[in-house]
Design a protein around this ligand. Structure first.
Ligand code: BTN
Length: 255
């Protein structure tokens, strides 16, 4: 069942993640968007830089399961973003968007890819409920040259060449659509039909079929996703390793 998300917009926040959590306690399901963040958070404790023209929001909702299916949430979120942009004829980015395991949003560029966005999935597991807070950040303009390279960020394109009218982005409409698509994926996961989620994710995840290196040092060929949603890494001596999460630091496409 789709949830009813109450939409809140702010000119500036430290981070939409914290505010979404707080507002959930008062209102139930919420979307919190902002124009700029002063303490944007990325995965693995990194900072997330954004600027005018970024598309930034978080949403919070309760989940109907608290077991191994939690593993599928980040795939459902990434696909929801991709699918909504694909269906939007006024999308501010070239579509289709591609996905880098586990949570990056990419656009093709010449013979490679550029990260334009990232997703953050956070869980608060309480006695009764599991609260899920997702953060979506798409940087539609390139970062200013003064942005330190330690920021977890994104495009180096000329906006005029790549981005289509970022100023016209309809934040409320797009964020509501992404949440509703996500809710549909949650129903699919809840009823254990997640094989279709994994297949769809695999079809647009450019990490699969590549030689990769993960931040934990392991290297190998990204063979696919197993039925539990783990990345299957075939190492160079032929063994298989199964990864729940991680950062890919090197990636070479071999097909
Ligand atoms: C990443 O690639 O490291 C994930 C970046 C997630 C950034 C978004 S922007 C909206 C929300 N608020 C935050 O502070 N972070 C997420």
């Amino acid at each position: 069942m789709p949830e009813n998300y109450q939409y809140h917009h702010f000119e500036e926040l430290e981070s939409t993640q914290q505010v979404a959590r707080q507002l959930y306690q008062q209102h139930g399901c919420v979307i919190v968007s902002t124009k700029t963040q002063t303490k944007g958070r990325g995965r693995a404790g990194k900072k997330w830089f954004s600027n005018e023209g970024s598309f930034l929001f978080s949403f919070s909702r309760a989940l109907p399961f608290r077991d191994e299916r939690l593993m599928f949430l980040s795939y459902a979120l990434a696909l929801s973003v991709r699918e909504v942009f694909l269906a939007d004829t006024n999308a501010p980015l070239p579509t289709p968007l591609y996905l880098k395991w586990p949570n990056d949003i990419l656009i093709p560029s010449e013979k490679t890819w550029k990260k334009v966005g990232g997703l953050l999935c956070e869980l608060d597991i309480q006695q009764q409920d599991v609260l899920f807070t997702a953060g979506i950040g798409l940087n539609l303009y390139p970062p200013a040259p003064s942005i330190p390279s330690t920021y977890s960020v994104t495009s180096q394109y000329e906006p005029s060449a790549i981005f289509k009218n970022p100023q016209r982005i309809k934040t409320e409409q797009l964020s509501q659509a992404i949440c509703h698509r996500f809710d549909q994926w949650i129903d699919i996961i809840e009823t254990r039909r997640h094989a279709t989620l994994l297949e769809t994710y695999a079809s647009c995840c450019m990490t699969l079929g590549c030689d990769i290196q993960l931040s934990d040092g392991s290297k190998g060929y990204a063979e696919g996703l197993d039925p539990n949603g783990r990345l299957i890494l075939r190492t160079h001596d032929g063994d298989r390793e199964y990864k729940n999460s991680g950062e890919i630091i090197l990636q070479k496409r071999i097909n």
